[in-house]
Design a protein around this ligand. Structure first.
Ligand SMILES: O=C(O)CCC(=O)C(=O)O
Ligand SMILES: [Fe+2]
Length: 264
């Protein structure tokens, strides 16, 4: 499940990558049902499942086919720093193109290639829970813009006059779409009669945190320690010990590690 040479080539070239059908039909159905209830009838769920990535969606936190890609593009130590679900009806949208060009919020979250490998400081994973075609209005990208050296040109930033370079994807339900947040991208108007049901995660290096945490403590308290580890403190090494302690998932799980969001 490690990234193939072709996947590495495509992620570096385009700034995004589709891994088709990483989820099984029963997993997809359970998460679709959860998102439906979250959006339309949250009281029908126990409190610890009223937000992703709790409940059925918790399999997404550390899905092996996702983690393998993240380890390749971010590094061995990562955190899940933002998570939300969408039930997007026809006509709804997430907003205009953002990202791309030489500037990101901060370079530490940006995309670069050195030492023979990719570094994608903050990487988004979209779990599409329905089949998606290129004309449905799922996330659109300007491929290569994560490496652009000039600022994004306004002629290519208006979704009402779409750039000819704007690209979308097609995939079966249960696919994972990875992109560096430094790629110019947008969630355009959804055009299909049936909703877009998706869960979006942002992962970053263990040492950084872009989004203020939006996952509530009840959600984190109810997931197993191996998954709580994705919310662990943002540090790499503790030099109070000799040798220094490395803040790995194994350390977190075996030593009663602290999830900041659960601190009293
Ligand atoms: O809704 C979408 O398709 C994209 C949302 C977005 O911009 C993001 O997740 O960074
Ligand atoms: Fe975005």
């Amino acid at each position: 499940m490690a990234m193939t040479d072709e996947e590495k080539f495509l992620f570096d070239l385009n700034g995004f990558l589709v891994r088709p059908a990483v989820l099984k039909p029963d997993e997809i159905a359970a998460i679709v049902d959860q998102v439906d209830r979250i959006k339309h009838n949250p009281e029908s769920l126990p409190p610890e499942e009223r937000q992703v990535p709790g409940g059925a969606a918790s399999i997404l936190i550390d899905h092996p086919q996702v983690i393998d890609v993240l380890h390749e593009v971010i590094g061995p130590d990562i955190r899940l720093e933002n998570s939300f679900s969408v039930w997007r009806q026809k006509g709804e949208w997430a907003g205009d193109l953002h990202g791309g060009g030489p500037q990101q919020g901060d370079q530490i979250f940006g995309y670069r290639f050195s030492n023979g490998r990719m570094y994608a400081g903050m990487t988004r994973v979209v779990f599409e829970l329905t089949d998606v075609s290129k004309k449905d209005g799922a996330t659109v990208f300007i491929p290569g813009s994560h490496k652009a050296n000039y600022p994004m040109h306004p002629n290519h930033m208006d979704l009402s006059k779409p750039s000819p370079f704007l690209t979308s994807f097609e995939c079966p339900a249960g696919s994972a779409i990875f992109f560096t947040e430094n790629l110019a991208h947008a969630g355009p108007r959804w055009t299909r009669d049936t909703p877009r049901v998706a869960v979006l995660h942002a992962y970053a290096h263990l040492a950084t945190h872009w989004h203020r945490l939006n996952t509530s403590p009840e959600i984190i308290a109810a997931i197993p320690p191996e998954k709580q580890a994705y919310f662990r403190e943002t540090w790499i090494a503790d030099f109070k010990t000799s040798p220094a302690t490395h803040n790995t998932i194994e350390y977190f799980v075996n030593n009663g590690g602290v999830v900041p969001a659960l601190k009293a």
